[in-house]
Design a protein around this ligand. Structure first.
Ligand code: UDP
Length: 480
């Protein structure tokens, strides 16, 4: 009897946990749902324990084949103050020879390679090797629309985007406020802008795009991107768009001792009474902001878990390549005097990195003060946790606009945290607003919306749901 052909898919992830985690989740789906052989090529920064933990999670039990390519040395190609986007693009460009040799030598011959946004220069290699090439956008469809339309905006818009007096129009989509554009669009003279435009063109060279969203969440944006849609027409775009999300992690089964302590503490707190504060894998705030945040949490008189990092001045993504090296004494220097002892009954500080999905899945969590990275946003929604939107870098200002104003899942400060310090009174007010049952604060619409969208998300990924069907269509195409 003939053995059935084994379909092999290769995923390529650039450095950064916000890139690696969704790639690994997608990899798992192909293995568990379609029995594909999956190889993950992870270009890693090799600096974080968290990264190792995520990589281990695909190896135990052994679900995927993993090829870890250490980030190539790029010091000769970038300036010291080059932005994260520039660095990521250069790292992935320099990693091309290593990726090419894997793709050409690995067996069985891959049917498809799925790359993340920063790895789009792998698509021409796939094409040369006669392998289908897809891009997986670990973000949402509105961001994808802005990205793809940016080369056109580059022709149409004069001057800096942030200086425009009118919102930036995308055919068929909600316009984007000038202050909400993606980081690489903030300064058109910076190298990251040129790199970003190349990424946009790179996506259009692919055989299709996977997006970590779902039909019911972003129907309008998805429609404009598809054949016949206003944006697709404007760009003469013919590639299929697969909404396959939300792809999020399950709480980890393996925990370390600090997580066990944390979970034991959470177990003792009333249901939905704790606000979780985290700025993702790379976010940092100024020392003044850190103090105000501490005062705000204290003033709110609510329980909290706060993932703390040493502050930085003027850079909001300072921990992107370097998570995990400070000590509590170092961080403590930046907190208001006596804060730790005064809040010891109601608050927990976690250094640098926490097992976020385990925390968000705990019944005592009632709100998430988040930098609005898309991964964190989806983890919040799928756990039914309302957000306080605190955007810092990358596409997070757009995410915050989407979740707060567009979807009604979040409250947000009146000022943009990267422009002005958010004051303690406002922080306390927002915390009290999202936490259920605070005296004097009425039941919030935000909490109800999160519940609605949690249901819709679960439905989308369950059997016959829209994202399940989209992924099956893609899997069929790949399997030929
Ligand atoms: N994360 C975590 N612990 C932390 C910070 C982040 O587990 O202390 C995880 C989080 O659960 C998410 C990812 O790291 O899956 C961050 O991705 P996201 O898109 O939210 O933001 P980014 O870090 O890429 O800005």
């Amino acid at each position: 009897m003939e053995t059935p052909k084994l379909t092999h898919v290769v995923l390529v992830s650039s450095p950064g946990l916000g890139h690696l985690i969704p790639a690994v989740e997608l990899a798992k789906r192909f293995v568990l749902l379609y029995n594909f052989k999956v190889t993950v090529i992870a270009v890693t920064s090799q600096t974080s324990r968290a990264e190792t933990q995520i990589l281990d999670s695909v190896l135990t039990p052994s679900l995927c084949h993993l090829i870890d390519i250490p980030s190539p040395d790029i010091t000769a190609f970038v300036a010291q103050n080059d932005a994260v986007v520039t660095r990521l693009c250069v790292v992935m460009r320099e990693a091309r020879p290593a990726i090419r040799s894997v793709l050409s030598e690995i067996t069985p011959r891959p049917s498809a390679v799925i790359v993340d946004l920063f790895s789009t220069e792998t698509i021409p290699i796939a094409r040369e090797l006669n392998i289908l090439g897809y891009v997986f956008i670990a973000s949402h469809a509105w961001m994808l629309a802005l990205l793809l339309y940016s080369p056109v905006l580059d022709e149409l818009v004069e001057g800096q985007y942030v200086d425009q007096t009118e919102p930036i129009k995308i055919p068929g989509c909600k316009p984007v406020r000038p202050e909400d554009v993606l980081d690489p669009m903030l300064d058109r003279n910076d190298r990251q802008y040129t790199e970003y435009l190349k990424l946009a063109n790179g996506v259009l060279q692919s055989d299709g795009v996977l997006v970590n969203t779902w039909e019911e969440l972003q129907r309008e944006e998805l429609e404009v991107l598809r054949e016949g849609g206003a944006l697709s027409e404007a760009l003469n775009m013919k590639i299929p768009i697969y909404a396959v999300g939300p792809l999020v992690r399950e709480p980890l089964l393996e925990t370390n001792s600090s997580t066990e302590l944390l979970v034991r503490w959470l177990d003792q707190q009333p249901s939905k009474s704790v606000v979780y504060v985290s700025f993702g894998s790379g976010g940092t705030v100024s020392s003044e902001q850190m103090k105000e945040l501490a005062w705000g949490l204290e003033l709110s008189e609510q329980r909290f878990v706060w993932v703390v990092r040493p502050p930085t001045e003027g850079v909001a993504d300072a921990a992107f390549f370097t998570t995990g090296s400070s000590g509590i004494d170092e961080v403590g220097k930046y907190l208001p005097e006596g804060f730790v002892s005064r809040t010891s009954e109601v608050g927990l500080l976690v250094l640098e990195w926490a097992q976020q999905v385990t925390i968000l899945g705990h019944r005592s969590i009632g709100g998430f003060l988040s930098h609005c990275g898309w991964g964190s946003t989806l983890e919040s929604v799928t756990n039914g946790v309302p957000l306080i939107a605190w955007p810092l870098y990358a596409e997070q200002r757009m995410n915050a606009a989407l979740v707060a104003e567009g979807l009604g899942l979040a409250v947000r400060p009146r000022v943009l945290p990267t422009k002005k310090v958010v004051r303690r009174e406002e922080i306390a007010e927002m915390v009290r607003e999202v936490i259920e049952g605070v005296e004097g604060v009425k039941g919030n619409r935000v909490r109800e919306r999160v519940k609605e969208l949690q249901k819709s998300a679960m439905k989308a990924v369950s059997k016959c749901g829209s994202s399940y069907v989209a992924l099956s269509q893609l899997a069929n195409r790949i399997a030929g």
